[in-house]
Each structure stands twice: as structure tokens, then as C-alpha cells.
Write a protein that binds this ligand. Sequence first.
Ligand SMILES: CC(C)(COP(=O)(O)OP(=O)(O)OC[C@H]1O[C@@H](n2cnc3c(N)ncnc32)[C@H](O)[C@@H]1OP(=O)(O)O)[C@@H](O)C(=O)NCCC(=O)NCCS
Length: 187
Amino acid sequence: MAAERHDGRSGPEPGHDRAPGGVLIRRAVPDDWKVSRDIRLAALADAPHAFASTLDREIGLAEADWRSRLDSAVTYLAWHEGEPAGTATGLDHSGGAYPIPDAWHLVGMWVRPASRGTGIAGDLVEAVAADARAAGAVAIGLWVTEVNGRAQAFYRRLGFRPTGARQIVRPEEPDHWEIQLVRDLTR
Ligand SMILES: CC(C)(COP(=O)(O)OP(=O)(O)OC[C@H]1O[C@@H](n2cnc3c(N)ncnc32)[C@H](O)[C@@H]1OP(=O)(O)O)[C@@H](O)C(=O)NCCC(=O)NCCS
């Protein structure tokens, strides 16, 4: 799917989306904090099984927290037919128990239900992967919950494979596990 990128520019207003297919994907800047917050809270409400964080934990975050997130990571936002439609974030570190050498980490991946199956999710991943490659990363890793069959099928199609690492998503839910996937960026 064709997607237009305008790194570092402010967000489109509804009706300003002129990209082929009605899709626009671009990197978020801190001034995009409101739309980024709205998409993130929609994601946590829509797919609580998919994320380690929760709506309860994030709904009270302040403007400074949302701005800081956009400042310290690479977040892409997608608009589809003028509406905010999805997001993906790349981190240059994992901070977790199963580090992957020289890898970036994909987090916060979400596309609204009405825009799934359109290719937007793949475009978001490729945007993050391109930045990871440009920064010298040789791989991109992520965690996906074991119950999330759709996301696992999606990542497999994009070349992600299990590393064998597995962990509990939240300490208070000992039956809810996630697995680590990795994609080689050197090929
Ligand atoms: C994960 C997500 C971003 C993928 O985007 P998408 O537009 O749905 O992805 P696609 O439609 O391109 O691909 C989904 C794949 O899952 C398959 N699929 C659909 N429903 C499925 C199910 N219930 N179980 C297994 N596979 C399923 C589709 O056939 C497709 O595979 P294929 O291309 O090999 O046929 C999106 O579904 C989403 O936002 N989900 C909720 C949040 C989430 O899970 N985020 C990931 C956190 S790690």
C-alpha cells in the first residue's frame, strides 16, 4: 500500500489526507501528543489482551508524560481517510530480561479495527524498521502475547520469528504469557 511520510511535520487535519489509498503515515513529534494519546488509549481499551500496560495505568498520564514519550522514542502515526488509525513505536533499547544485541524494539503496535487488513500495519512496521536500519540496528525485536493469534500471524508474514524467550505479561496474571519475536534487518 502506498503511504506518504512527512517526518517532523505537524499532524494532518481531517480532509488533508491526499495520499493514495487515503492513508498517511508520518513520524510523530511532541506537539502530536494529543492524537498520540488518543490512539494509545483507544488501543488499550480495544485490545487489553495485547499489551503489558493497561488503560487504568495510562489514562491519568499528564501532557508532559505523553510529550516525553514522543521525545524519547520513534513513534509513527497513521491516518486513514482523515481519521487517526494506528501507531507503532520503536525503542533503541529493550530494558528487559532477554536483550537482543544491536536490536531496536517494536512496541505499542495497534491499528483500529476498521483499518485492519488494509496494509497500514505493515507500513507502520516498515517505517520503524527503516529508522532502525538507518540507526545501525541489525534486528528488530518485540513481545507478543500467546493469545494474540492475529498479531502473531501478521508478524510472521513480515519475517519475524520466535527467539524462544517467553515471559509472564503481568505478575498478577500468572497464566498470561508473551513470546519474543525477532526479525533480521540485515537481509
Ligand atoms: C496486530 C495488528 C496491528 C495487525 O494489523 P492487521 O491489519 O490486523 O494485520 P493483517 O490483516 O495485515 O494481518 C493479520 C493476519 O492475521 C490473520 N488472522 C486474522 N484473524 C486471525 C486470528 N483470529 N487468528 C490467527 N490469525 C488471524 C490474517 O489472515 C492475516 O494473516 P495473513 O496475511 O497471513 O492472511 C492489528 O490486528 C491490531 O492492532 N491488533 C490489536 C492490537 C495488537 O494486537 N497489537 C500487537 C501487540 S504485540
